[in-house]
Design a protein around this ligand. Structure first.
Ligand code: SF4
Length: 112
């Protein structure tokens, strides 16, 4: 016998017309409007805040075909977002990019 309790209620009938969303659609002029086009909108947010390398790889695969991946990575870099996978880049990869950019700026300042 199954350990699960038997369902005693019948599922609710499907609505006859689409349910209206209670949240407003994103403002197309907002700086984060692109987020509504990301592949991650179809996955649980926790997918993009993995705790191990396997999880990072799983998130990267989703990001790989994302139509707003470049904007996502730029956003994370510009806003110094330290946690999660953004634009297909892990926390470690973004730290490397920040360091490389900082080194390039310092080099250009020292040669001018
Ligand atoms: S690149 Fe990844 S995290 Fe960024 S919007 Fe696309 S799916 Fe989401």
């Amino acid at each position: 016998m199954s350990r699960r309790a038997k369902r005693t209620t019948t599922p609710a009938p499907a609505p006859e017309r689409p349910v209206e969303l209670s949240i407003a659609p994103p403002d197309p002029d907002s700086l984060t409007a692109w987020m509504s086009e990301g592949n991650c909108r179809l996955h649980p947010p926790a997918t993009f805040f993995p705790s191990d390398g396997v999880g990072v790889d799983r998130a990267r695969k989703i990001c790989k075909s994302c139509p707003v991946g470049e904007r996502c990575l730029d956003y994370a870099l510009e806003n110094r977002i330290e946690h999660g996978v953004w634009g297909g880049c892990s926390e470690r990869e973004r730290r490397r990019i920040w360091k490389r950019r900082r080194d390039e700026i310092e080099l250009s300042l020292s040669t001018n």
